[in-house]
Design a binder for this molecule. Structure first.
Ligand SMILES: C[S@@+](CC[C@H](N)C(=O)[O-])C[C@H]1O[C@@H](n2cnc3c(N)ncnc32)[C@H](O)[C@@H]1O
Length: 230
């Protein structure tokens, strides 16, 4: 799995952002669904270069590595897939992979990576019944970050998971505390098994700025298998 961690965006060029540009600071300050839609629509084209490249963003590598190491398999749903950085890393290991994101523009960028089977513009903060598909793996990197995607979105993902499905979700550590993800996992105790929490750095050694040392919690767990009463 070493290659996953070695994958980097160093070949991308670096560029300065002005105050009107979409930026990490702006993304962390988002609080509503509409704000998110607007910011990511503007950011989609340059996200890989300006954000992932400049910040040495390594969170998708950690999520991919842990999902594969813990035996994750397809079909997989990538939640808040963005431009498809996580799908690109998983593609050689599991298939099919579907992408779900609020932003049609981010999905358009993801589609160009040719790793996703279906790409759907969906809001994970409300119940999702339009997909008509269920998954053995549910992954997410960078979507449970700040603002509006809180712990209750996990309930909406649950309905999309098959019994025994492996979840591998990154949650920004500050967001974890602010929104009390601990209480959510406590409330899910009868519905999940094998909960494992792993702290990982979100950004690599070449990251710059005040967020360069931010930490993500990766929550891995399986949806319990319900056995029919005899
Ligand atoms: C920081 S980006 C992460 C993208 C990608 N997973 C990655 O690691 O590069 C957050 C993504 O979550 C999506 N998002 C934000 N709110 C959402 C919501 N309510 N439902 C679905 N996707 C959402 C955004 O459109 C954006 O693509």
């Amino acid at each position: 799995m070493l290659f996953l961690l070695a994958f980097s965006f160093k070949d991308c060029c670096f560029s300065a952002m002005n105050d009107d540009s979409p930026s990490l600071k702006a993304a962390y300050a988002l609080s509503s669904v509409d704000d998110n839609r607007r910011l990511y629509a503007a950011w989609a084209k340059d996200y890989d270069r300006e954000f992932a490249g400049d910040m040495d963003y390594i969170l998708p590598q950690h999520v991919a590595r842990l999902f594969v190491d813990y035996g994750g398999k397809g079909p997989v749903l990538d939640v808040g897939a963005g431009t498809g950085l996580l799908g690109q890393l998983l593609y050689d290991y599991c298939e099919p992979i579907d992408a779900l994101d609020l932003s049609q523009e981010m999905l358009h960028a993801a589609a160009q990576k040719n790793v996703y089977r279906h790409l759907d513009a969906v809001d994970v903060t409300v119940p999702i019944d339009q997909l008509g598909r269920r998954y053995d793996g549910i992954v997410s990197s960078g979507t449970f970050t700040h603002g509006h995607v809180g712990p209750d979105a996990i309930d909406n993902l649950f309905a999309l998971a098959r019994d025994g499905a492996l979840f591998c979700l990154s949650i920004n550590k500050n967001h974890w505390s602010e929104k009390d993800f601990g209480a959510k996992f406590e409330s899910l105790r009868s519905k999940i098994v094998d909960l494992t929490l792993v702290d990982v750095p979100i950004y690599g050694a070449n990251a710059v700025g005040p967020n360069r040392d931010d930490v993500g919690v990766i929550a891995m767990f399986r949806k319990s298998v319900i056995t029919p009463a005899s």
